[in-house]
Ligand binder design. Sequence first.
Ligand SMILES: Cc1ncc(COP(=O)(O)O)c(C=O)c1O
Length: 468
Amino acid sequence: MSNRTHILARAAQHGQRYLEGIGDRFVGAMATGDELRALLGAPLGAGPIPESDVIDVLALAAERGTVASQGPRYFGFVTGGSLPAATAADWLVSAWDQNPGVFVLSPLISVIETITAGWLRDLTGLPAQASVGFVTGCQAANFTALAAARHHVLSAAGWDVEARGLFGAPEIDVVVSDEAHYTIFNALRLLGLGAARVRRVPTDDQGRMRAEALARALDTGTGPCIVCAQAGNVNTGAFDPLLAISEAARRRGAWLHVDGAFGLWAATSPKLALLVAGVEQADSVATDGHKWLNVPYDCGIVFCAHPDSHRRAMSMSAAYIMESRAERDPHEYVPEESRRGRAVPVYAALRSIGRDGLRDLVERCCLLARRMASRLGEEPALHVLNDVCLNQVLVRLGSPSPDAGADARTKAMIERIQMDGTCWAGGTTWHGMAALRISVSNWSTTGSDIDRSAEAIVRVARTVLSED
Ligand SMILES: Cc1ncc(COP(=O)(O)O)c(C=O)c1O
């Protein structure tokens, strides 16, 4: 066996062993930063060491240093696992080591992007002519979409922002909801549109933008305008009323962007699609592959109903960059030039589970979230704070209302859940109240994982209360 064959096989064995044990292990990380530094941080030597030693020590560090976010009882943030075919395809992406900037650099990745983009538009009901870019995550997708928006609305006002920047440009009226995800503000900041100068529209008790308040806000405006709406609130899972919002945006001549990091996938289920109705009217949509589609990090997807604005906002060229006339040059749709072929795991995930499999994945997670809410709701001291319309559950210990004692108990419960290790969930603040945040986003989570986790949460909650 050549050294390369040997080392790749060894890494694959480590990866397989890691994944085989993922459902049984303590769900949080087990090592401290100091332990990991002791294991990995020896000074870099001048000469080589055996490749197998390098890989073995990484695998050893991963046993205790990783979080079992690939596992079935990880409910933190909005973290999907990775479908087996997607993980395997991602390994191939590394083996191939293609740079899909332009077609000539990798015909394979360019064609896979074209095919996958078509499937994604079709599955989510987005317009057939929308352009699609494969980026690192939804933050990058929001950035890319808002760069296209900036180009489009300023170009309509006779301003070439790519050439002249924002110095002396017409002002853009940016309208967001009070509950816009922080990555929207980060994207606006990076694009020179300012995170603080936006106009904010109030939301309802679930975090949905109030459409009538948006309509009032837009009625008075003129000139370039961008509206940012959301499909899937990061805390409650709630959806902004996109049909009414798109109507108001259209009346104002505004660009409508929808952040659908995980909520966009509701469009793949006939039972849930109503939640996201109107998204097909948006000028741009951002989503993640690495959340609910269950492909490995890093994978986000941006859709744009105005391919020309998308391309103009993203791409420049140089004499030595051999662009293609007839084929897709992937760099035209993303901020990066060189990058990995991140559409390949998306292709593999979709091909392996098919349309029905994707719909089942999304619907199953929602069903399991409701099961979790119902198990926890049976415990008198636990209060579910949100309408569980998707895959997100917010839980509070002690009282469903603002109360310092309940805040302290809820925070203590979250810390204890993480120390217990049966499952992992994080905390948040919802309407000024501390809450446990549970997101069911993993293809491998079962009903018994939910029951086992709910039992652990109830046990921990009772312990916290008994120590009062
Ligand atoms: C609504 C929303 N938008 C954007 C993001 C950012 O996504 P990413 O971390 O993949 O960049 C998230 C992440 O949770 C989100 O929930």
